[in-house]
Design a protein around this ligand. Sequence first.
Ligand code: EPU
Length: 415
Amino acid sequence: MEKFVVIGGNKLRGDVNIESAKNAVLPMMAGAILTSDEVVIKNCPKISDVLNMTLILNSVGVKTFFSENDLVINAKNVTGNAVPYFLMKELRSSIFMLGALLGRVKSAFVFSPGGCNLGNRPINYHVSALKELGIEFTEKDEKLLFNGTVKGGKVILPYPSVGTTENIILASVISNAVVCIENSSIEPEVIDLINFLSSMGAKIKVNDRTICIKGVNKLHGTKYKPISDRIEAGTFIISTLITRGNTTLHNVNCKNILPLTNKFQNNTCKIYPKDDIIQISDVGTIRKFNVITGPHPAFPTDLQSQVIALLAVTEGNSFVYDTVYSERFSHLIGYQSMGAKIRQKGSIAFIEGVNKLNGSLLYANDLRGGAGLTCLALYPFDKSEIYGVQHIDRGYLDFDKKLKSLGANVSRVSY
Ligand code: EPU
């Protein structure tokens, strides 16, 4: 097992490169099985969620290998329709095999996916949307069996769910049908999946929150560079602000990170976006702000824990309301143990900013919570230990090494 040992107090300084977006790459990996040609996902981060997804692809006969930083996927032979139970439980994105297998072999045998523990995360929207589109569904014990080809029509999602939107797209791109999704997710990662599939010959149109897919007979191979990870970028912006540092982030999609950077307009800290670079400098007093998370273009829930860490050391009272996951607050106990003044009521964290914290023993229960704990541990001139690093490794490539390269005193220790 591994932990991070952090001694805070150092200002982050220097340059850091942002990786391709985890949540864009994972559905693309499933989408790669929609063609028997070779697919290359360029600059694919070797994080544990990606490595587990390669095992899932291998389990249905698909070949994968890394050529330096590019992931090569060859689905010439898809030998099965079933994803093993233990692999389904490794990550939430295993559920993308449902849409992709339906698209390729018109049948999928899966289980409820695992993933970060953020409270109840059902897949009822996925199931009802696919049933509405004519897919047969049977459930026995924990086994979920889907069969058939999508027939044309319109589905109206009860909520703009990212995964449901992506699964419907994956199931529909190879078909004889026209499928329209209303109230769809328009997260940048969904749009990037659409661009990836379009580069393979798919016909998909996006108009506001309506996505229409005109099925085609066949897709071809592609070499595709996914968008940059807005959540990793946001995490480095926040950790720079927490330490009142001065950093430059490269390979950033500045537009996709606006829900965060907009919070600092008229603030005394300076964030300069230019092309694919964000520079954070002259971090003086940060003014408090409130946050309500929601589907894009609202503030992303995946930056909720990190922004609470920042507000915990920002003067004044603020609140953060997570409308996406009402129970995604397991990091608060760690913040409180460091001396942060935070009170949770339902899905809202009320924060009273302080300027002094102490080090503590911290436990990461999920990916973003673990990132938030690490960010806050950079603040006090004290030692903290963060356990549960395997959760952080799901989504951040070399998080400790990157922080270290910016001057943080962080080490990864086996125990
Ligand atoms: N929901 C349902 N039923 C469903 C699907 C979703 O009730 O069938 C609920 C969820 O429980 C949640 C809300 O709807 O409360 C939003 O879920 P959504 O389907 O949009 O999320 P997801 O596809 O499971 C993706 C990201 C998450 C991110 C959310 C929201 C991937 C692989 N995961 O999950 O990323 O939090 O969208 O933006 O794309 C992370 O990266 O740390 C992470 C958790």
